[in-house]
Design a binder for this molecule. Sequence first.
Ligand code: SF4
Length: 312
Amino acid sequence: MIKKKADLEIIDIKPRGYCKGVVRALRIVKRTREENPEATINILGKVVHNRYIMEALNYYRIKTIDIPGLTREELLQYVDQGILILSAHGTAKKIIEIAKGKGLTVIDAVCNDVVSTHDIIGQASAQNKQIVFIGKNYHPETEAILQNFPLVHLITQESDIESLNLDSARNILITNQTTLSILEIQSIIQAILEKYPQAEVNNEICGATRVRQEAIIKQADLDALIVVGDPNSNNTAMLAQIGLEHGIEHVVRVESIEDLTLKEFKQGWRVGITSGASTPTYLTKMVSHYLKEVDLRNPQRKPKIDLTKILE
Ligand code: SF4
């Protein structure tokens, strides 16, 4: 029997998915449970931004304390005992002290690249430099930076630069959140430099974010791009933004195969698939495998997600 030609040409864009910081954070969480089988274990905020990971951790009796709109300090009020794991995005020193003061055993799963940004800002502050930090408001990474260094000037978008009022006689350092768009940040840095040409720049976009975004830019002639990842994951959102900025007409964000709809695809399309640094490989592969076989006019039933495979 002649096999029917696939309806879509699927391009698995690489690298994609888990970065070293996420792999490390998940390893810490799993090891903590293995070494403390009976302990109460809570995570302050999502250990990484992915709902399915949170659900899989529930399965191992590890509870994520995450209420939208609440800061880490406010979330800490809901934890009174046991082990507290801190997320890959970094947590302010003040929060760690409060947690220890409550008698909690604190385990920090912060990513080394985030620690490096804190160190750079710490050194610049000690040298009395003024610090401009480009980041997303209410993101936990930005929250921790602002709590550790309250004198930092936060820039969330280019229009914020107008109200920036720095002392031109003092040194200035421009730095940023690790997971921003490599294209967007260039224009923001350039606009700050036009106002303060003497400022020094330390671009802290991490290697994992950079290579995942560059892999999209290298793609040519894609009709559509699918970005698999959590709606709250900044690096996932940035992959979609890079796709649009790169001129891909159809950019589709899905959390998993569950919310994938086929109406946006046409027969013969070249469709790239990528995923955020916090997206389980299993979820991305599911979308890719399904679309490689799909019959757009008579689509096969979508497979069910097995939570036991999320942390693999
Ligand atoms: S995206 Fe970058 S900064 Fe964030 S956890 Fe991964 S490696 Fe670390």
